[in-house]
Design a protein around this ligand. Structure first.
Ligand SMILES: NC(=O)c1ccc[n+]([C@@H]2O[C@H](COP(=O)([O-])OP(=O)(O)OC[C@H]3O[C@@H](n4cnc5c(N)ncnc54)[C@H](O)[C@@H]3O)[C@@H](O)[C@H]2O)c1
Length: 269
């Protein structure tokens, strides 16, 4: 692959980035920042927005046929996919797994042929995925999970809605999938990374707090406040840029220090 460097101009000049979940919260903010940095935004959401998108595709990312139709409709020549659409732990467990995990993977895999060489894929995971190493058997079992098998999977692997388990598992599996794909499309210079925020002040913050109860409140107390969407979007934008071709398969916490806090506690540092 030709050597790519960034020397001048705006960070995402001439890049076309697909942003899922562009109608609200972190996706909305990411679309806004991509535009501000010179990129074109192809927005995807189940809800409509007029903001910060050059083209908008309304699609339900929990539905295989809808994703197939979306992929057929999207243009080629895409430089990045920001997989940001997601449901909170208060949504039904099957929907959480379909949107946050199965749909994300299905959409991404179907889009590889539409991507330019050197493209960047960023998965919005979560601090909720921090404990992924403790879920390896279920994560491995979910590798080829199909939409129609999600309900059985939830029962077999005990990843229903109790204390937000479906949400936590969806994010654990996304972190693991990102790591797994560190080199999958390396011959085309396509890289995949994840970004993992702790609680962020978006419309679904209340859903997290309702699920986590005192644990959620304690997290916010430790980090002094929830994060803001405008503190997450720059990390996604940076990963989309030509400055990051050697960042592969990694998971970047943007969490006010929470992931480090867990590690420091675990190892008594
Ligand atoms: N807010 C937080 O505290 C927090 C923390 C960590 C990770 N995250 C993750 O960040 C991502 C964005 O969350 P947010 O806080 O901006 O939430 P949000 O609700 O503000 O935005 C989510 C967007 O996804 C879209 N969406 C939901 N289901 C969809 C579907 N079936 N098809 C297409 N689009 C769909 C929604 O319409 C919405 O526009 C999610 O993946 C979430 O899990 C959020």
């Amino acid at each position: 692959m030709a050597r790519q460097t960034w020397t001048e101009g705006r960070l995402l000049q001439d890049k076309t980035i697909v942003v899922t979940g562009c109608a609200s919260g972190i996706g909305w903010e990411t679309a806004k920042l991509v535009k501000a940095l010179g990129g074109d935004v192809i927005g995807v959401d189940i809800n409509r927005t007029e903001d910060h998108v050059d083209e908008l595709y309304i699609a339900d990312l929990s539905d295989r046929m809808a994703i197939k139709a979306l992929v057929n409709a999207l243009p080629s020549g895409i430089d990045g996919i920001a997989n940001i659409a997601g449901l909170p732990p208060t949504a039904p467990a099957d929907m959480v797994l379909k949107v946050n995990l199965v749909g994300l993977k299905f959409f991404t895999n179907a889009m590889i042929g539409r991507l330019n060489d050197g493209a960047s894929i960023v998965n919005l995971a979560s601090l909720a995925g921090f404990g992924w190493e403790e879920s390896i058997p279920a994560i491995k079992a979910s590798e080829t999970l199909a939409f129609e098998d999600v309900e059985d999977f939830i029962k077999t692997h005990n990843v229903g809605n109790e204390v937000g388990r479906s949400y936590f598992f969806s994010k654990e599996a996304v972190v693991a999938w990102t790591i797994q794909n560190r080199w999958t499309w390396r011959d085309r210079g396509i890289r995949m990374n994840a970004v993992s925020p702790a609680a962020v002040d978006t419309p679904i913050l209340k859903d997290f707090l309702a699920t986590l109860g005192p644990r959620g409140e304690e997290g916010i107390r430790l980090t002094e406040r929830p994060g803001r969407p405008e503190e997450i979007a720059p990390v996604v934008a940076f990963l989309m840029s030509d400055m990051t071709h050697w960042i592969r398969g990694t998971n970047i916490p943007v969490d006010g220090g929470m992931a480090s806090h867990f590690l420091a506690q675990r190892h008594q540092l």
